[in-house]
Ligand binder design. Structure first.
Ligand SMILES: C[S@@+](CC[C@H](N)C(=O)[O-])C[C@H]1O[C@@H](n2cnc3c(N)ncnc32)[C@H](O)[C@@H]1O
Length: 196
């Protein structure tokens, strides 16, 4: 337990001084100000309580077949950016192993996600919903994501009563160089009351 608390602290503290533009797909050519600071190992926020928790590190589409519960909250990737590529250095710290760096940016091998591809994201969602033994299912998804809000509505409606909640946010600064930029992003919270 102490090992994982220290590891979480190291990951969070390293991220604060990483010389990247927030994701680790590539490093910045020049050292940015925050990256020239010393690494200070600060304890990760950690709270002891009486609840029991289970944590899994597994493909959600496989895991869903083995678990059940009341509420399922899904927060999958919604664009083509693979987390394994964009946060690979954090995975290397967590795994603490040797690997052979690949390509210009020195990536390690990583698991690709069905949720990050146009031709498989919708079926990953359908498959997960079909297998879910949960009566209340929430899904956070961006309105500009791979699966359109309408496709999500259609897919969820197959399995029970569907509802959608929206919230408007100002767009992140890092995104502001895009062409046809909109000032805000609408976050969708899709909801399914599943017929079990
Ligand atoms: C939008 S992030 C979730 C962020 C999280 N809710 C949080 O607050 O830290 C999506 C996560 O899903 C993971 N992921 C992608 N495909 C997956 C899959 N098939 N099974 C399980 N996790 C997956 C990614 O690695 C990433 O960590």
């Amino acid at each position: 337990k102490v090992y994982f608390h220290l590891l979480a602290s190291l990951l969070e503290s390293s991220d604060k001084i990483a010389n990247t533009a927030s994701v680790y797909g590539a490093f910045l050519k020049k050292l940015k100000k925050s990256a020239s600071k010393k690494l200070i190992l600060e304890p990760a926020i950690f709270e002891l309580n009486d609840n029991e928790h289970l944590v899994f590190n597994e493909n959600a589409n496989d895991l869903i077949k083995k678990i059940s519960g009341d509420i399922l909250y899904l927060d999958p990737p919604y664009n083509h950016r693979e987390y394994g590529a964009n946060y690979h250095l954090l995975n290397t710290i967590a795994l603490y192993d040797d690997f052979i760096p690949k390509g210009k940016t020195g990536l390690r091998e990583y698991k690709k996600s069905a949720w990050c591809k146009k031709n498989s994201a919708q079926s990953a969602l359908d498959d997960l919903l079909k297998s879910a033994k949960f009566s209340q299912i929430f899904l956070s998804y961006n309105n500009e994501g791979i699966i359109s809000p309408d496709e999500i509505r259609k897919t969820m409606s197959k399995y029970g009563k569907y509802k959608c909640f929206t919230k408007e946010y100002r767009r992140f600064k890092a995104d502001s160089k895009r062409e046809h930029k909109a000032d805000s992003v609408v976050e969708y919270l899709h909801f399914l009351e599943k017929d079990l």
